[in-house]
Ligand binder design. Sequence first.
Ligand SMILES: Cc1cc2nc3c(=O)[nH]c(=O)nc-3n(C[C@H](O)[C@H](O)[C@H](O)COP(=O)(O)OP(=O)(O)OC[C@H]3O[C@@H](n4cnc5c(N)ncnc54)[C@H](O)[C@@H]3O)c2cc1C
Length: 403
Amino acid sequence: MDTEPSFVAVLGAGPAGLMAAETIAAAGHAVRVYERMPSPARKLLMAGRGGLNLTHSEPLEAFLTRYAEAMPALAPAIRDFPPQALVAWAEGLGQEMFTGSSGRIFPRALKASPLLRAWLARLESQGVQLLPRHEWRGFTPEGGLRIGAPSGQKVLHPAATVLALGGASWPRLGADGSWAEAMAGVEMRPFRPANMGFRVGWSEIFRRKFEGTPLKRIALSFGGRSVRGEAMITAEGIEGGAIYALSAPLRDAIAAQGHAMLALDLRPDITADDLARKLDEGRRGQSLSTFLRKAANLSPVAIGLVQEALHQGDQRPLSAIVKALSLRLEGVQGLERAISSAGGIALAELDEHFMLRARPGLFAAGEMLDWEAPTGGYLLQACFATGRAAALGAAAWLKGKAG
Ligand SMILES: Cc1cc2nc3c(=O)[nH]c(=O)nc-3n(C[C@H](O)[C@H](O)[C@H](O)COP(=O)(O)OP(=O)(O)OC[C@H]3O[C@@H](n4cnc5c(N)ncnc54)[C@H](O)[C@@H]3O)c2cc1C
């Protein structure tokens, strides 16, 4: 049995866990990070593939509303480590940052690997021990941590523990939510995909022609909210930034009614009246696709969508279809490819220092907590900020115990 009194265990080496490790080490504690995968932060590296959107530049009060009902629980941690602090932290690791036209903030390198390399070097210089291939397998009856390692199973009794085991999306990157089984006595919310795609019953011809095609400069509306952006046609349906922005209400509507009707504006930059003038006069012998391309400046995939709607019996004037194409979403894509997950440890289980009320000395941070947010840098911002807050909580708790 490991009885060293003074080390803090961090379980999970994603952004939340590594930020917790950095913060606790800076407070003067020995830190060991246990990670089940052969290398750390695989999801962060994957996030960097499409351009690592670290945070967002919108005013903090607007920023905080993105966490919806989780806002009261997360806001203090984010106010204490706001987007400017995260940007300064990344710059401190040698990453030049820039703000895109959408207000999203990225490292100039776009990838996560240079940032992660510099971060791991800093952690090493702080004396943080990173133990890959070490899997947490639950608690012993006395509250010890059972760890499975290449050298066998061991039980640890750290002075404090920060859980940062992630959510349940993209399980092949390490976080699969299986840790929930070890949380008896702690209220858990079921994992659900967040920021994910949806299933659409495309015709075979549309699927074959347009799978993998981006749908650019569109606006989507659902439940009184509209977003502009891009989406991507997939074999099963539709995904991408604009879809993710509405994915929480769409997911909940599908859970309640079995489907959801999403409205697509294929020409958001032109008014309905102007478009009607262009389209409602008639085709004058042109094929439908030539007419839509010339008169409405629609892309082939947008024309394909209009044709799908017509085949399904939409009898409105063409201009009405282009301005509010009705897409029936028939299901939610699974956790395997969702950007993030909702669900996890109920926030009411935590005190204001991210310590589990039922288990003094045990803290939790990151995506394993029950909150969700749209893409735009809000996910990583909350993971970094809660990782730091939980670590500060652990350091304060240890100080209180010591004296
Ligand atoms: C494709 C993709 C793109 C994304 N892009 C962005 C983006 O641009 N901006 C943004 O803000 N967010 C993005 N995200 C989301 C973001 O990456 C996650 O929200 C974030 O990584 C969660 O951090 P975390 O530390 O809580 O969990 P994770 O990063 O999942 O880390 C948890 C760690 O715990 C380990 N672990 C799990 N169980 C155990 C166990 N039993 N024992 C030991 N270790 C264990 C896992 O292996 C993992 O390394 C993206 C996600 C995906 C999948």
